[in-house]
Design a protein around this ligand. Structure first.
Ligand code: SAM
Length: 471
């Protein structure tokens, strides 16, 4: 009925590419009330040649089969599904091109996509079959589109109109399309390090690690970590200060501790400063660790710097043993309080930053998609109203004004924020205004194997034991 209502012809419903498409439908009871599809093409796919699209080095994604505009029920729902689909594809597949075909008469749609940055590429066919092909490609245009969709997604999350759709990552992996996921591509970029001057960042990180060691002590003691002998993997170890401090805490006595870090520089720094630490090459998307090899995975100030939290969650789930813990510590800019002059800078920084300094707001939902259960959630507010050394209270750290600015000082390094940064900094020291920012600790458990899974595992083991040895 929905298809008829939309005017979708037989050729569109039974399209030869349909089985390969990614389809998102919203249902009310048994009835479809919104639907959206996307098609992923690898380089050289005949469909691209047919539409006269030049070769590109990476995935091309077609949005919809043939876009139509009609005032129909579920238009807003379909728009929400579209935003979510675009975001998920951008984060986890990292295509180099989006394109769409619009039926020739739908001028308003053509204009709408042109405003989003799509370029009219070709007009194909004639009469009732005429379509306009629109594309968007190139790193800068793709990034701009992603940032715009992300802002739309956040707006709907904050005003409560978002429709949370299932993650594409497990869906693609479970349907033999894992090769489309962009773990390697994502692992090759480091959005945290790229814009930062190391000379300033490393001392800032060392100071942050000292603060966090004190803040974390009661959090670690309040968490039910698996007893030793056990193993902890720290993802994104950086220069090692934070991991070295954690390794000394009582819950980890008797643990085997290992870190993975993608930056060769930071690995070298960590190894020379803390020779006792085992720090290896690896990323959040590909740690290089075997399946179910760790009891605890730690991600400290990592998730805010990841473009695809879902791909990282999947990798963390893979390396954790059933019953193991994912321990996440990060800042959350959604908790910022302070004057508008500074809020504007924070919002501008976060709008353009390719990572997401508010990801902790959405992480429980995302982690739930992979089966993680949120077991503990601690929140600490960092304030700038102190007049001495840092003071640690119940769920609170109080810093002096100057150190308080250190919470945001790195925002200077982003070009788009530079001007607002200067104004915000002047305002801060002139008015000595109060501000605060939250740091959250979220502890997730990978549930212990269910009885029937255990049975399957035992059956597999006994079958392999019973099998004759290969000669
Ligand atoms: C803010 S530092 C945090 C370092 C340390 N975990 C701590 O708590 O102080 C972020 C770290 O994540 C690393 N990183 C960036 N992208 C990563 C990725 N895709 N996978 C793993 N680590 C990554 C950076 O190189 C850097 O060492």
């Amino acid at each position: 009925m929905y298809m008829a209502e939309q005017g979708f012809g037989e050729d569109m419903v039974h399209h030869p590419k349909d089985p390969d498409g990614l389809h998102l439908c919203a249902l009310s009871g048994d009835e479809t009330i919104g639907a959206l599809a996307a098609y992923v093409y690898e380089p050289g796919a005949p469909e691209l040649t047919h539409l006269e699209l030049p070769k590109v080095d990476g995935l091309s994604v077609q949005i919809g089969k043939r876009l139509e505009e009609a005032p129909y029920r579920g238009a807003l729902i379909s728009e929400q599904l579209g935003t979510s689909m675009m975001l998920q594809i951008s984060e986890s597949l990292r295509p180099v091109r989006f394109f769409l075909t619009v039926r020739g008469t739908h001028r308003r749609l053509i204009d709408r996509y042109a405003r989003r940055g799509f370029v009219r590429h070709a007009d194909i066919g004639s009469g009732a079959d005429a379509v306009t092909v629109m594309t968007i490609e190139g790193a800068a245009a793709m990034e701009k589109l992603y940032v715009e969709y992300r802002a739309l997604g956040k707006r709907s999350m904050h005003n409560g109109t978002r429709i949370a759709v299932p993650s594409l990552v497990p869906f693609l992996a479970d349907t033999d399309r894992e090769h489309l996921l962009a773990g390697d591509l994502l692992g090759a970029e480091n959005i945290y390090l790229d814009p930062l001057p190391r000379k300033e960042e490393l001392p800032r990180l060392a100071a942050q690690s000292r603060l966090m060691a004190a803040e974390q002590r009661p959090r670690l003691m309040a968490t039910a970590f698996p007893p030793p002998p056990a193993s902890l993997l720290d993802v994104g170890t950086g220069p090692g200060d934070a991991l070295a401090a954690v390794a000394k805490e009582p819950p980890f006595s008797g643990y085997r501790i290992r870190g993975v870090e993608p930056s060769p520089d930071l690995r070298a720094t960590a190894r020379s400063a803390f020779p006792q630490l085992d720090v290896r090459r690896g990323t959040a998307y590909a740690t290089g660790e075997p399946d179910a090899s760790h009891d605890v995975v730690m991600a400290s100030f990592l998730f805010i710097h990841l473009r695809s939290p879902d791909l990282a969650l999947r990798e963390m789930w893979r390396v954790l043993r059933p019953g193991g813990l994912l321990y996440v510590v990060d800042v959350n800019d959604d908790t910022f309080t302070g004057p508008d002059e500074i809020r504007r800078m924070v919002e501008m920084h976060d709008h353009y930053y390719p990572g997401d300094r508010t990801i902790l707001t959405d992480l429980p939902r995302r982690a739930g998609e992979f089966g993680f259960e949120l077991e503990n959630h601690f929140a600490t507010t960092v304030r700038n109203t102190g007049d001495s050394e840092p003071v640690f209270g119940q769920d609170e750290i109080v810093l002096r004004l100057r150190e308080g600015w250190g919470l945001l000082a790195f925002m200077r390094s982003q070009e788009t924020t530079a001007k607002l940064f200067e104004e915000a900094q002047k305002h801060y020291f002139r008015t000595q205004c109060e501000l605060s920012l939250g740091i959250e600790t979220q502890v997730y458990r990978k549930p212990a194997a269910q009885p029937d899974e255990q049975l399957q595992h035992l059956e597999k083991c006994s079958a392999s034991r019973a099998a004759p040895a290969e000669s």
